[in-house]
Design a protein around this ligand. Sequence first.
Ligand SMILES: NC(=O)c1ccc[n+]([C@@H]2O[C@H](COP(=O)([O-])OP(=O)(O)OC[C@H]3O[C@@H](n4cnc5c(N)ncnc54)[C@H](OP(=O)(O)O)[C@@H]3O)[C@@H](O)[C@H]2O)c1
Length: 246
Amino acid sequence: MFKGKVALVTGGTRGIGAAITTLLATEGAHVAAGYSRGKESAGMCQAKLASMGASVSVHQGRVDDPADCARVAQEVLDRFGRVDFLVNNAGITMDKTVRKMTAEDWQTVLSVNLSGAFHMTKALLEHMIERGSGRIVNISSVIGETGNVGQANYAASKAGLFGFSKSLALEMAQRGITVNCVAPGFIGTEMVEAIPKAALEKVIEKIPQRRLGRPEEVARVVRFLLEDDSSYITGAVYSVNGGLDM
Ligand SMILES: NC(=O)c1ccc[n+]([C@@H]2O[C@H](COP(=O)([O-])OP(=O)(O)OC[C@H]3O[C@@H](n4cnc5c(N)ncnc54)[C@H](OP(=O)(O)O)[C@@H]3O)[C@@H](O)[C@H]2O)c1
């Protein structure tokens, strides 16, 4: 489906990002998967996909550093000549109630989750405009819609992605570039494994389908938004949450 296309997936070697990388690569795209500190998981992800005959390169860089984003984007453009798809997936949590949250806890999460998407988008936007085509998918969260105790910084960053995506979608609407959000609920990755067991059981009780989502279930929606036939979808938010926001 994606033969000849190049995708850049931030945080693309672990969790949801790895599922996105895997799906796009097995559909024929070359995937440039970004990582920050997880060199080992990046190497494992690349080796596994290479053994399946998929085309994946891994690129170290922090999305909260604009210079790193520019360098990674240039690296990918120099090696592969184009970027058709940008998936801003890298994200972190630093959970605390607002009373206990420091200004640094606040800023760190905003810098990675929200500013990171801005920096990486800036690094590739002119290239997409020049080519008159591009797809940007930002991985937000149901928490950006509902809020959550202990996640004011995370919720604000993910809500910010909705506003960022819609604004950019409007600016790019006549330039062949679509911008959409996918908003997962609770998905079984290391991020959710960090939630204490008792608290996680309570979360699952609140999910109408009574289970965590799988990373692959998020990746399918990203793939759908990247398909040629999805060109009329822009400024949209797709939920993948087992009914959590009903
Ligand atoms: N899991 C969920 O339930 C859930 C629900 C809703 C939304 N989401 C969102 O989905 C995305 C992926 O989540 P996940 O559960 O797969 O998380 P994860 O398993 O913790 O993986 C996070 C990824 O982000 C990368 N990353 C972290 N900080 C970075 C930085 N400063 N610069 C570049 N990359 C950085 C990590 O790279 P390293 O490997 O180098 O550390 C890793 O690849 C996040 O945006 C998250 O907010 C997750």
